[in-house]
Ligand binder design. Sequence first.
Ligand code: IFM
Length: 440
Amino acid sequence: MVFPADFRWGTATASFQVEGNNSNSDWWRWEENGRILHNHRSGLASDWWANAERDLDMAAELGNNAHRLSLEWSRIEPEPSRFDQAALTRYREILTAMLARGIEPMVTLHHFSNPIWLTEKKDFNSDIVVDYFKRYVEKVVDTLGDLVPKWVTINEPMVYIAFRYLTGEFPEPSQTGMIAAFQAMRNMLRCHAAAFHAIKERQPQAEVGLAKNIPIIQPFEEENWLDGWMSRRLHYLFNVLWMRSMTNGRFYWPAGREKVPHLANSYDFIGINYYSRYYTQFPPPKTFVLQEWKPEAQVTDGNYGEVYPEGLFQAINLMMPYKKPIYITENGCPDVKDEIRPSFILRHLREVWRAISFNFPIMGYYHWSLVDNFEWHNGWTQRFGLLALDTDTQARTLRQSGHLYGEICKTGTVSSEMVEKYAPQLMDTLFPGHNPTPRM
Ligand code: IFM
């Protein structure tokens, strides 16, 4: 499988998950309140604030030409209207270090974490968030814009809204429930539009998009019309609504719609974060979405999700009507023993390659993640890294999947030799009719 010569081969991380000691973030307080599985603490995380360069060296060694990272708003603006110059300088260093290694930065402005002071002002449940976000974005683009060709405004808004307002696993909304969730969505869309235009005014040549998590949602029993009805509703809410708003500039309340100024067509590209497939079942066994899989499913650590590579092609296909370039801004699996990840990468890249061969405009793939990092409310229990991290010593070990991804990135291909070496069980699926390599 040969990929285009200018394809972006990268990995992705997020500030709170890798930097360490982000004590001004609402997540830090969430940890202090014991809201993380097993009371885990992020602590030094993957030590990026002091030593990001160590992992960037490895990314360069793996032949990566791109990396997606995020900025920590609570570091940059630790108090309202006080911007921390030292923090901005450190981000300049990190971005410069990337460019020096031939790694193109894609920078996310909001990735699940808020400054504590903002949550005290009700953040996305208050209209004031839009002005605050705009000022933060302006400051960041004025200071760092010359180093950043690609921006992501907001990471996975619907995941954030669901985990924060509906399941209560994310910190710490001022209100919960459906009304608060819709209110937050409206303000997030307004923040997105404000950020898009703030960037474009300063850097017209920059590419600005968002990272949208696209789960595949299907009825547990095809013939059960309630399962089907519910899967279509959830699919619409989760995968369609936000895209529709960003495209036509309208926000859809359950009771009507509202035109949002400057929102229409406010994106240059779509970032797809793809992980898994979920089922709906009536009556709901736990929540609306089943976290249990069909018996034949291959499931990743901590029941995180079913391995369903075809869903990546389906997610890409769902985004085709918007007629924009697409980056796979996240894709990966928690697999501490690295038993599944090599085949996971190969099978998902096959779907990307299949989409490219249909002439779908897929411009790059950012594997989640470069290094094990703090997995939000699941703490250290889920390890997504190509690099395994020992959190006591900060030592890293490149997993087999990391070696594989390096070979892929350096050559821009997936070859039958790689498959034979890293996941021989896939030979017949990925290369049907292949001639076995002659053994000497
Ligand atoms: O770790 C997260 C990331 O922050 C957002 N997308 C999903 C990843 C794995 O759960």
